[in-house]
Design a protein around this ligand. Structure first.
Ligand SMILES: [Zn+2]
Length: 283
């Protein structure tokens, strides 16, 4: 399948979409739309253990707390661990969605059903990538949501991942990470981008929206250059990180020092026309 990256896109935002939809179009003009001067921050949860009650209790509290602050986050749901544990998390996913949080997809490309820490093995064959993506997409769809955003487990992303996402109707992918001055050596299966890009095939296109860093990294100096140079930030943590009091404390501080109006689901950033100002996203 023919594919190419087109750099430096300009994006114009359409009106707020209904649940499960996201419309992005390339702007015809370079005019800066309202709000462009504000730099949004997306708070993303890689939700891998919603089936575990002790994790869910913390997720519930945080999801409520965010709504009380009029903040909506994105939950990149990895449904396969729940399937392996034979737990139906659809009611929990629907509850998160009912609060207005975005339901997106997170998938690890492990071989088979062995997903425990000491036994899991990556299988990055095209066949397994397509299988895992379709399997998890269908599980989330069964919950009542058509995910439009995606983040890969272990940041494993390649053309097969992106092409499959296009085929499934996704609009954006956060599996790449922003380049940083201190970017560590990473696997050939990971991608670092200096700016957002479009991935295009003959079937369609996907907006590649790089993830900025983890919540922990956000508090460290490594994240500072990104805060200054990029038009947005996409900060993530795992659902099970909420079991850790330090992570919970960091989240509390994060919510206090970020302005409420700046915190949006990642779908909102994908829609944003901030990128009409190209200079804002270059390193
Ligand atoms: Zn993960």
């Amino acid at each position: 399948m023919k594919a190419d990256f087109a750099e430096r896109p300009k994006i114009d935002a359409d009106s707020m979409p209904t649940r499960g939809t996201l419309e992005i179009k390339v702007a015809q003009s370079s005019s800066r739309a309202k709000g462009a001067s504000e730099r949004p921050i997306a708070l993303a949860f890689h939700a891998e253990r919603l089936h575990a009650d002790h994790v869910w209790r913390e997720v519930e509290k945080v999801a409520h707390r965010l709504v009380a602050r009029d903040v909506r986050a994105t939950f990149f749901v990895y449904p396969f661990p729940a399937a392996v544990a034979a737990v139906d998390i659809a009611p929990r996913v629907r509850w998160l969605g009912s609060l207005g949080h975005e339901i997106a997809q997170h998938t690890h490309f492990y071989a088979g059903r062995k997903i425990r820490k000491n036994e899991k093995v990556d299988d990055l064959s095209d066949t397994n990538i397509v299988h895992c993506l379709q399997r998890d997409f269908e599980a989330i769809r069964q919950s009542g949501y058509l995910p439009k955003g995606f983040t890969a487990g272990s940041w494993h992303v390649n053309d097969t991942v992106l092409s499959t996402l296009i085929g499934l109707g996704f609009d954006y992918d956060c599996s790449a990470q922003f380049l940083t001055p201190r970017a560590e050596t990473h696997s050939p299966h990971q991608r670092r981008l200096g700016a957002l890009q479009f991935f295009r095939t003959t079937s369609g296109q996907l907006l590649c929206l790089p993830t900025t860093c983890s919540l922990g990294q956000w508090f460290k100096s490594a994240a500072r250059p990104m805060r200054k140079r990029h038009a947005y930030q996409l900060i993530y943590l795992h659902d099970y990180d909420l079991l850790n009091i330090i992570e919970r404390s960091m989240l509390s501080v994060f919510l206090k020092i970020t302005k409420r109006r700046m915190l949006v689901p990642s779908a909102s950033i994908a829609r944003s026309n901030l990128y009409s100002d190209r200079r804002a996203i270059w390193i």
